[in-house]
Write a protein that binds this ligand. Structure first.
Ligand code: 16H
Length: 253
């Protein structure tokens, strides 16, 4: 129901309906719903397992559009000791980004659309021999309660959008992306009292999906090898960063 875009539930106020509609609210709603529809889809024919390490499995489907590699990518991972809220918060929050990102030269917020939706402009590190890439995207964090008993699902979506404060300037090439991080928290052997839950009892199942179009021609083999190396590296580094940051902090459910 497209009308639901008017109702924005925020992590800051639980599930209260707040009418805080901004110009991209319908776009955000549509893309969030798409990710929620497909997140549970099984890995089928055409997807290759390109990397496996512990609980982490990285899948990719080889797709080209007009000779440009646009391979969809999906990572499944599961980790103990953190909640989905914590993982998503660290992924979305600008203040931590340069501590775990290794593929960026810079990141900046160019507009705040609502407390959970901001627009980023990022400059990516140049990958030889391709032209340097930049990106401009809205980034939205959301909490979805499925039932009273279950822990909510948390997600972050990054989706390319044009912006007058971020014109495309040659020689830079704009990446076009639709990326989502979706997290479910599981409480193993739940104690009677929520205050008694320890980090060792919590587990987070995460799904990361990326549709990235390099925005112009890049040698296919070079791009595929960079992606195969960099995505697992990103997820390993990012998840260890969150573990380290949260270890001695109270659990954020
Ligand atoms: O998701 C990641 N980072 C987000 C936070 O910085 C931003 C990301 C994004 C990416 C592009 C455009 C918009 C938003 O969601 C982690 C990303 C990890 C990237 C691994 C490297 C991928 C290599 C292929 C990039 C294509 C570059 C083409 C030049 C050769």
């Amino acid at each position: 129901k497209i009308n639901d875009a008017a109702v924005v539930s925020t992590p800051n106020d639980g599930n209260t309906s707040v009418n805080r509609k901004h110009r991209l609210a319908y776009d955000v709603e549509r893309v969030v719903q798409e990710h929620l529809t497909y997140v549970r889809e099984e890995i089928s024919d055409g997807w290759d397992l390109i990397h496996q390490e512990g609980e982490m499995k990285v899948y990719r489907r080889e797709v080209e559009e007009n000779g440009i590699v646009v391979d969809p990518l999906k990572i499944f991972h599961s980790m103990k000791g953190v909640t989905g809220h914590e993982i998503c918060q660290y992924f979305w929050d600008y203040q931590y980004r340069m501590e775990w990102e290794t593929t960026l030269d810079s990141t900046k917020i160019i507009e705040v659309l609502d407390p959970d939706t901001v627009i980023f402009f990022q400059m990516h590190k140049r990958v030889w021999p391709a032209a340097q890439r930049d990106s401009c995207f809205w980034s939205h964090i959301r909490c979805i309660s499925n039932s009273e008993e279950d822990q909510p699902t948390w997600l972050v979506v990054n989706y390319t959008t044009p912006h007058h404060l971020a014109p495309i300037k040659s020689p830079h090439v704009r990446l076009v992306a639709n990326v989502a991080l979706i997290c479910e928290t599981i409480i193993n052997e739940p104690p009677l009292n929520i205050q008694d839950i320890k980090r060792e009892n919590i587990e987070c199942k995460l799904t990361y999906v990326a549709f990235v179009n390099p925005g112009g021609w890049v040698p296919s083999a070079a791009l595929r090898s960079v992606a195969k190396r960099e995505y697992p590296r990103f997820l390993k580094r990012f998840t260890s960063y969150v573990l380290e940051q949260t270890r001695d902090k109270p659990i954020l459910f």
